[in-house]
Design a binder for this molecule. Structure first.
Ligand code: SF4
Length: 339
């Protein structure tokens, strides 16, 4: 939604709306279909954003925020897993809005990364891949990061995912444990571990970029070192790994006392002389390059404090996957419990 001053020849595009005025109650825009009044926001809180406006429902939804290089689209709330700590508990209903999302993505800030999340986006895999391809074909400056439970890729997808534009797509896929039964228990679906590995096989053959994501819970904490060895030995094509804390919403909220592992209580007490600190504890001691490390909690970046949030270790060019994963996961920090 551009400001009037920036649009001398308004309208410049089908989706543009012109800022008219604002006051304490809200903001008025003029769009192709008529006037749009949005309550509760001043003009400078909306100008440049991409909004999905549904006049019939009296609703406006901000899809992309101006000035942000990272926006995430929730494409569905359906999911075929039922993870014990799900922050966005699945719903049964789905409204297909992929066409709107495609238009929105094409209006994204130059050079931005667009997140896709759910629910499970690949329940609508053909629609999702159509969207990705349409956007990346038109916008060579954009990238996608898709959060998926990895249950729906197969060999038939390999030729399509081999297309060069998929180098600008990374897939964030959870693996919670190297033990089949434990992974299946955490995601609430029998057979999920095996199906996930079938997807890994297809994605590996396609050369897909994969970010492995592991949420720590009391159920899988003790298996993390073994998981790291499993990843290093069997999933060497993984580009990066993220070890994440629970979010205190959704299912995790009511199960917090059962699931939450307070890493601050665990790590400082561990005196083991033979252990190597990983970058979760000591960035200066990490063997990866500084540019390869980052640390964030979902939605906002955190200062580099000691184990306060999620920690991620990204594999830099030239460093083998097992070197990075080992330094991240084999630390004694993750193997100890409070005295
Ligand atoms: S956390 Fe699990 S249940 Fe929730 S949306 Fe993701 S895969 Fe589905």
């Amino acid at each position: 939604m551009p400001a009037a001053a920036s649009l001398p020849n308004f309208p410049t595009g089908e989706a543009d709306s012109l800022f008219v005025e604002d006051d304490d109650g809200g903001t008025l825009f003029a769009g192709k279909e008529g006037l749009i009044s949005i309550d509760g926001f001043a003009g400078d809180q909306l100008i440049g954003d991409v909004l999905l406006v549904d006049p019939g429902a009296g609703r406006a939804e901000r899809l992309l925020r101006s000035g942000s290089a990272h926006n995430t689209l929730l494409v569905t709330e359906r999911c075929d897993q039922l993870c014990v700590m799900c922050s966005q508990p699945p719903k049964k209903t789905h409204i297909d809005r992929f066409d709107h999302f495609e238009k929105a993505c094409k209006l994204a800030e130059p050079g931005s990364v667009i997140g896709i999340t759910g629910g499970e986006p690949t329940l609508y895999k053909p629609r999702l891949l159509d969207l990705i391809e349409a956007v990346l074909t038109e916008r060579a400056d954009l990238e996608f990061h898709v959060l998926t439970n990895g249950q729906h890729f197969d060999q038939a997808d390999v030729p399509r995912l081999r297309a060069p534009l998929y180098h600008r797509v990374s897939w964030g896929i959870p693996l919670y444990c190297h033990v089949l039964a434990t992974h299946d228990f955490i995601v609430g679906k029998q057979g999920a571990f095996d199906r996930l590995h079938a997807s890994f096989s297809a994605l590996m053959q396609a050369g897909a970029r994969i970010e492995l994501r592991t949420v720590l819970t009391s159920t899988n904490l003790q298996d993390l070192p073994a998981l790291s060895q499993y990843v290093a030995a069997r999933l060497r094509f993984v580009e990066s790994g993220s070890v994440m804390q629970l979010e205190n919403i959704g299912f995790a909220k009511n199960r917090w006392s059962d699931l939450f592992v307070d890493m601050r209580r665990i790590s400082p007490r561990y005196p083991g002389p033979s252990t190597r600190p990983c970058c979760m504890a000591s960035p200066s001691a990490c063997s990866t390059s500084p540019g390869a490390r980052y640390r964030r909690r979902i939605g906002r970046w955190l200062p580099p404090r000691f184990l306060t949030g999620n920690a991620s270790i990204r594999r830099p060019a030239g460093i083998a996957a097992n070197a990075t994963c080992s330094s991240a996961f084999s630390s004694g920090i993750l193997m100890t419990r409070p005295a």
